[in-house]
Design a protein around this ligand. Structure first.
Ligand SMILES: Nc1nc2c(ncn2[C@@H]2O[C@H](COP(=O)(O)OP(=O)(O)OP(=O)(O)O)[C@@H](O)[C@H]2O)c(=O)[nH]1
Ligand SMILES: [Mg+2]
Length: 468
């Protein structure tokens, strides 16, 4: 709270000072009459001390801004935290009334003239003359007491007359008006700030709810919503206030931007120039590896006009390779069934005349260590093979995490998610890709070969996550 003290030779003058300095609504906390020793006059003088505080400080109208992450900066009127004391010391001649201060030009001509005559009257003040005179003069002048008292009486009545006339005029108090404007501005800003933070909160909460219901991890939602809160460009906030639709779009598109930044996709499988590409699909049992491989082969062959060979390395189940053999026949692609690593090395080194070699493997569970060991023995070959990990959207997050951990030894180039048509939540796709820093390549959306496959795109992920 700002508290200041004002002193003058009369109580009225001290109160006037308070109003001039702190505005009409200033609250007077206390008044005191006291005697001080004036060095200039070499005698004791009676003065009045008024302690006051501006009204805004008392009513709590002026509020300091609260610190908050990313909240819009509002230039609130400041409240001085330290107590301050203004002491008007000395004799009246030394005190220059604020009425006659540089704000004189802001008064109307009539008031200005009154103020000037008051200033002249004060300038004639014998006490001031005495102070300005030399030390010896001062003493002799002080002796002429009766003359001085008479002069002072005349001056006093003159000053009182001028003051009365001044009081009758409408007062122009610039300080008070500025203070009122400041308070008004602050109220407007506070109202706007409240509205904009309400809008921000409801939109951010809505985005959080959508992502949570899609199964996105809490840590990602926290990161995203914290970032959204920090979007505090005041110009944008101003615009958002004008339309709830605009605000909704703003927060949604910002959330999408954030997801896009972290989510990575590979795009469709592409061959390096003049080099065949060897692609191997791995993953748990029954997730759709063979069906997906057939879909990809059909897309490459039919849509892109590429030459494709299909290999089955699924000798684990009886007649497992037949499924792919049938697809190869339909697609009119060369087909081979290989049972071990040496056959694989020999086959790939020999066959150089196709754009793609697509390899299907038996389903392996990351929980069964022998199966993973067998897979290592089969696939860890000194060949440029790209491994892609196939998982179903219907798997639980925990199973997906364990599967990725189990297949890490093959350093998968991408994740393929199947059965999007059978799942309600897509958060797992985002979580697994971002947490493991493995991009997404394809999504499959049904049993039909080759139709039900799509290239993984950030737009499709976001669409599904935010139910756009
Ligand atoms: N609904 C739906 N079913 C799919 C999808 N992809 C594959 N399937 C079905 O899932 C079942 C298993 O597909 P497969 O391709 O044999 O799966 P796999 O991973 O090769 O299985 P294993 O070789 O036994 O490990 C089949 O009935 C497919 O039709 C899909 O995107 N959506
Ligand atoms: Mg299979």
């Amino acid at each position: 709270m700002e508290i200041r003290k004002f002193e003058s030779f009369s109580l009225q003058d001290a109160i006037k000072l308070v109003k001039l300095e702190m505005g009409r609504d200033a609250v007077i906390l206390s008044t005191k009459e006291k005697e001080i020793y004036s060095e200039e006059l070499e005698k004791n003088c009676r003065i009045y001390e008024v302690t006051a505080t501006p009204s805004a400080t008392m009513t709590g109208k002026v509020i300091s801004p609260k610190a908050g992450v990313g909240l819009p900066k509002v230039d609130f009127p400041k409240v001085k935290s330290k107590n301050e004391t203004t002491v008007v010391k000395g004799d009246p001649s030394k005190y220059r009334s604020p009425l006659l201060s540089p704000t004189l030009s802001q008064l109307n001509p009539e008031t200005r003239n009154m103020a000037r005559s008051l200033a002249n009257a004060l300038n004639k003040d014998p006490v001031k003359d005495r102070l300005l005179s030399s030390e010896s003069n001062k003493k002799s002048q002080l002796n002429e007491n009766s003359e001085t008292v008479e002069e002072m009486g005349v001056l006093k009545s003159e000053i009182l007359k001028v003051r009365k006339e001044l009081e009758a005029l409408p007062q122009i108090d610039i300080n008070e008006q500025v203070q009122e404007i400041k308070v008004l501005l602050h109220d407007i800003m506070r109202e706007k700030y409240k509205q904009s933070s309400d809008i921000a909160n409801s939109n951010i909460t809505d985005i959080g709810i959508r992502l949570r219901s899609a199964g996105v991890s809490e840590s990602f939602i926290n990161q995203l919503t914290t970032w959204l809160i920090t979007l505090d460009d005041p110009k944008t906030k101003e615009e958002l206030l004008s339309s709830p639709e605009k605000a909704k779009d703003f927060y949604l598109s910002s959330a999408i931007k954030f997801i896009f930044k972290y989510l990575k996709v590979t795009g469709p499988f592409r061959t390096d120039q003049n080099r065949k590409k060897v692609i191997c699909l791995v993953g748990p049992t029954g997730v759709g590896k063979t069906t997906t491989l057939a879909k990809i082969a059909a897309k490459l062959k039919v849509n892109d006009g590429k030459s494709v060979e299909l290999i089955s390395m699924d000798s684990f189940r009886i007649a497992a390779a037949d499924q792919l053999r049938v697809y190869a026949k339909i697609l009119e692609c060369p087909f081979a069934e290989l049972s071990d690593k040496n056959e694989l090395i020999k086959y790939i080194s020999k066959n150089n005349n196709h754009d793609y070699i697509l390899i299907d493997t038996a389903g392996r569970s990351a929980r069964v260590s022998e199966q993973m060991e067998a897979l290592k023995g089969l696939l860890q070959v000194p060949l440029p093979i790209e491994f892609h990990l196939v998982m179903s959207c219907t798997m639980k997050q925990r199973d997906i995490d364990e599967t990725i951990r189990g297949f890490k030894f093959l350093t998968p180039t991408s994740l393929i998610f199947t059965k999007l048509d059978e799942s309600w939540a897509f958060g797992e796709i985002l979580n697994s890709s971002i947490q493991n820093k493995i991009p997404l390549s394809y999504f499959t959306t049904g049993q039909r070969v080759p139709e039900d496959i799509e290239i993984a795109s950030k737009e499709r992920v976001v669409e599904r996550l935010l139910k756009l």
